[in-house]
Every structure is written in structure tokens, then in C-alpha cells.
Design a protein. Sequence first.
Length: 394
Amino acid sequence: MKNIYLISNVINGGKTYLEYLLPVLNALRNKYNCIVLQTNVAGISKHEAEKILNHPVQEVGLEFIARLESQVIIANDAVIGALLGESNFSIFIAHGNVGMPVKDKYYFANLISYWDAIVSSSRSLSDLINAGLQLYRRDRNTLPERYSRRSDLRQTTTVSTLPVKVPAPFSSAPEVRQTSEEHIFGLLPTQIGICPDGASLYESMNVVINTVKAQVPHAKFILRPYMTDFDHPYVKEMCEQLSKYPWITIDNTKESSKEFYQRCDNIITDASSGGVSFMLNTCRLPIYYVPEINDDNPIVKTWLARMGGYLPIARNSDELKDLVFGFELLNEEQRYSIYKNFYESEYSGQFYPNEVFQDLVLKKHESDYSYFSIDSRGEITGRDQESRQISELS
């Protein structure tokens, strides 16, 4: 029976990122000899991982992974790609249920460019991955030399699936529920260093909180920093300052995202795909606060062009105030309409991960579910090429 290697290596990723491997394992374990590898940075014990996956897990070092040859390798961490030899066929599972407006104009292509296939769970995430890979490979000869066993100039196929970690879509508008007598806004900054300079929710915290408070005086807030940011001096100091206010709670419980979502009436984020995950899990609305800076960033421009008609996005405090005010006026059907339009834009016609992974492992670059392929020069081909060209890159 053919081996398939599944690798978990996200630093302090814990259960959240391990679960990205679960649909892959469910799709392949009955047809292949699936070998799950976990490194010591994953933030979860071997026993815990085995319990979640219902499958044996081997703890290994990176040197073991680097020695693999002529294998199909599927990982939840982009860094692994640079370790692999050329003889392997590698598949990276991209994180999040939607693309993010990040400062890196190559959309992390310096890492993901080593992969043969990238599986994402939305059209917008695939669009940004493709945009970044195109730019990176067109500019590659001007960038510093990279040393690796594996070329970062290769054919890379992008594939989209239905989201792997969200429930089935809502078929009708659920009843709007207040979590308490107060209106609770979740504050969900993405990891420090991801957003364009000046656009992080941390940098906009005073503006966001004061604007919401001016519109909803009884508002309460739950700040949920990214898990690896709690030890960052800037975040630590901000949490200490904000925790002095009785109507602001710092979420350091390490509870699952879904439990956090259930405590919030709305979520405000800068770039986190958790804003969309909140909407997909609850049918309640997020607000993306993306200040009007660095508008020459091609990734931010592409994200705004793709998502501007589907997500509530505020570019300044006045727009944020208008959105908060508008949310108070929406009825259940209007909220559901926003949710439904977004869901159909991102996921209509997409397939379940089971069939996608089975076909991708079998046919590789010739998979029937291929979204686009980008070659070493950044040239892109795909069945939707004419209708979904990324105009900023033409």
C-alpha cells in the first residue's frame, strides 16, 4: 500500500492547526498507508494528537522530514516545503476560510512557492495565493538567492475546496441572539507583523474602541490576541492597559475559536480569517477594519476588489461608525442575505475535501479540481483564466 505522509509543524498550532489534517486523513486513510508526523513545536502532545485524529502519530525532527524521498507529502505548515527534496510531490493546506489583506506583496510566496500543490478553502484565498506566486516568480531574479534542496520556481497548482472546519451552510436566518444584556464586540487582531504598517488592529485599538463606544455606549469588548503574541512586549503592555477597564476582557483562556465566537455579537478584525469563520459559524456579521494606507500594495488592492462587495469593510472611523449603526438597523433576513451572498461568492460549486484530496493524490497536477497552475515564470493557466484574471497584475 502506497505511503502518504501528513506533517503537523505549526508553532504552538495545537488542536486548531492539527485539525487541518483531519479531512485529509479521513479522505485517504482507507486507501493509503497514512503516516502522521509531528514535530516538537506543534504545541500539542502525541497522545492528544492521536486522540483528535484517531490515528497513530510519530514524533520526529525536521531532519527526518528532510530525508524523505519520492513520497507524497501533505503538511499544515508552509516552512516544510523548503526542506523537501525534488523527488517528493508536496501539498500544502493553506490556513483560513478566506484570503487576508496582508503587507507582504508576494502573499508569503517566499514560503509557499516550494509546493507542488496548494489547497485552500475559498476562492479569495486562492486568488491571493495566485497573485502572490505570479508576482514572486516574475520578480524572482531580482530577489536574494535562496538555498534549498528544492526549487521555489516550479509548477504550482492551486485547488479550492469547501471549508474544512465550518458547519454546513445556514438554510435560513437564525434568530438574532444577544449573548447578554450588553452588546459584546470581539476584537480579533491577526498575528503581529502580518498587516501593513499602520493597519494592525493593535495600532487602531483606541480609534476602534472609542468609535464603537460612541455609537453603542453599553458595548463590551473581548480582546483575543493571536496565540503566539501573548508574550510580545507590545501586546503584553496593551493587555495590561485595557484590562483596567471593567468593560474590556482579555481572552487568555485558550478556548477554541468556536467557543469565543459564541460569546460575541459581532467581531471586529484587521485581517484575520477568523472574522469570516465567525460569520460562517454563527450567521452574525464581522467588520473588517482596513485603514486607507498602503493602497499601492497589490495584495491589499486585490483583496479589497474581491471582497468589497461581500464583507462589511471600514476604511476609517466614520465608515466604522456607519457600519456599527447600520448593524443595529438590520433585520434577520438582511443579515442572512449578506451571509448568503458571501457564501455563494466564495464556496458555491466547490467540492468536499474528501473527493478533492483523493483526486489530487492520484492525478497530481492533472487533478480535475485544479483551479489554476502557475509555472516558474509566473505564467498562469486555468479553466477560469479569462473570467478571473487578476487585473492588478496584468
